[in-house]
Design a protein around this ligand. Structure first.
Ligand code: PMP
Length: 441
């Protein structure tokens, strides 16, 4: 017997806080019953009631190849027959670390963990251990997982629920994080001028994707490199979302690969990865120079560990995904994103909805409102000032038409190599009605 989404949600709320194991899944800002998914294949997901949707969430990023790619599933099945978890090193972990290093050579050493949150938490601890300093600088609207030090003014679900941070983070911990507006090098300079000798690291999303997509201004990331270097602080590039998704070497590869001029290319000290690197299974990573990374235990004094770190079944999924993610995959996702973002823009224009579509490689998102349309969205304050209610109407119309969008205006839209003409045509067919719904909201 099939279950309705409503019945599933009612039952879930009795057993699980809010009925979900990660807040944004609860449709908190768009309202309604979240779709409980039963299966996913290629560009499509199917809910417990048996309804199919074209998926633009892609597990919030990991499904670069589309859902349940047969070769990834086969790799997982094969690994599972050899044992689910050993608590001992495996050759697969070495191969995954080597594949990451091949794509991002600055990661001479890579430590595998299970979630993006662990990766950024460990990167911060490592930066503090290496520098002997305590403060961290982050940007308003950037999300780096739910570690205590990084929740201040965070994007993603913290933005969706309009929270300033989180209860349960001590004032002492919050006081060790300096939050500055995104895109403004003079604010970064000012923070370092005031606190420089105490700053261990600056962490940034390589291209912010958790307040909607905010494309880094030209020279901004290179400027962060210059300032952190001048003050002896580490630069942490959080590529949990962008890594191996916007290109074979992530945002860093895209930006420095196409850079011109002596100051345009830049080298962060630490990278964090997640999502695509696990191909839909719990794998994340941090990487950097041997000189920095070898401060981690067992070589160095900075402790980090995990019973399931580098889990062999999860690693098999990540490795199979990265090995399949060749230039053709990225070219396909880039083309699909360009086509769809143009179609979204055209549909909203036709319906007279003021908006702007912003891009970071093949990631994009839509911001609604006159101010966004006129000036673009460059900061968290800009993102929060948009007409989010128009997205609510747009989202529900698309859902009714069988398209699964992220249930928050602050999230990126994700495409995959499985989004073929048929999938894109289904999305495009749904756009005019959704745009009219946004117009009359
Ligand atoms: N950093 C960034 C940039 C992210 O987008 C996310 C998750 N959306 C994280 C860190 C945290 O990763 P996880 O959800 O795997 O803990």
């Amino acid at each position: 017997m099939t279950l309705s989404n409503h019945d599933a949600f009612v039952r879930a709320q009795d057993a699980i806080p809010g009925g979900v194991n990660s807040p944004v899944r609860a449709y908190g800002s768009v309202g309604g019953d979240p779709r409980f998914l039963a299966s996913a294949r290629g560009a499509y997901v199917t809910d417990v009631a048996g309804r199919e949707y074209v998926d633009l969430v892609c597990s919030w990023g990991p499904a670069l190849l589309g859902h349940a790619h047969p070769e990834v599933v086969a790799a997982v099945q094969e690994a599972a027959t050899r044992g689910l978890s050993f608590g001992a090193p495996t050759v697969g972990e070495v191969e995954l670390a080597e594949e990451i290093r091949r794509r991002v050579p600055l990661t001479e050493r890579v430590r595998l963990v299970s979630t993006g949150t662990e990766a950024t938490m460990t990167a911060i601890r490592l930066a503090r251990g290496v520098t002997g300093r305590d403060l961290v600088v982050k940007f308003a609207g950037c999300y780096h997982g739910h570690g205590d030090a990084l929740l201040a003014d965070a994007g993603s679900g913290v933005a969706t629920l309009a929270l300033p941070g989180s209860a349960g983070v001590t004032a002492a911990t919050a006081g060790e994080t300096i939050v500055v507006p995104y895109g403004d090098l003079s604010s970064v300079e000012a923070a370092f001028a005031q606190h420089g000798p105490r700053i261990a690291a600056l962490i940034t999303e390589a291209a912010p994707a958790n307040m909607g997509i905010v494309t880094p201004p030209d020279g901004f990331n290179a400027g962060l490199r210059r300032i952190t270097r001048e003050h002896g602080a580490l630069l942490i590039f959080d590529e949990v979302l962008t890594g191996f998704r916007v290109g074979p070497s992530g945002w860093w590869g895209l930006e420095t690969g196409s850079a011109s001029g002596p100051d345009a290319a830049y080298d962060p000290d630490l990278f964090t990865f997640g999502k695509v690197v696990g191909g839909g299974m719990p794998v994340a990573a941090l990487g950097g120079s041997a000189a920095v990374m070898d401060h981690l235990a067992p070589l160095g004094p900075v402790y980090q560990a995990g019973t399931l770190s580098g889990n062999p079944v999860a690693v098999a999924a990540g490795l199979a995904t990265l090995r399949l993610a060749d230039a053709g995959v990225y070219a396909h996702v880039d083309a699909a994103a360009a086509r769809l973002s143009a179609a979204v823009g055209a549909a909203l224009d036709d319906a007279g909805v003021p908006h702007v579509v912003q891009h970071a490689g093949n990631l994009f998102s839509v911001f609604f409102g006159e101010a966004a349309a006129r000036h673009g969205v460059r900061t968290y304050a800009d993102a929060k000032a948009q007409d989010a209610f128009r997205y609510t109407a747009f989202f529900h119309s698309m859902l009714d038409s069988g398209v699964n969008l992220p249930p928050s205006v602050f999230e990126a839209w994700f495409l995959s190599a499985a989004h073929d003409d048929a999938a894109l045509e289904r999305i495009e067919a749904a756009l005019p009605r959704a745009a009219r719904a946004a117009a009359s909201a």
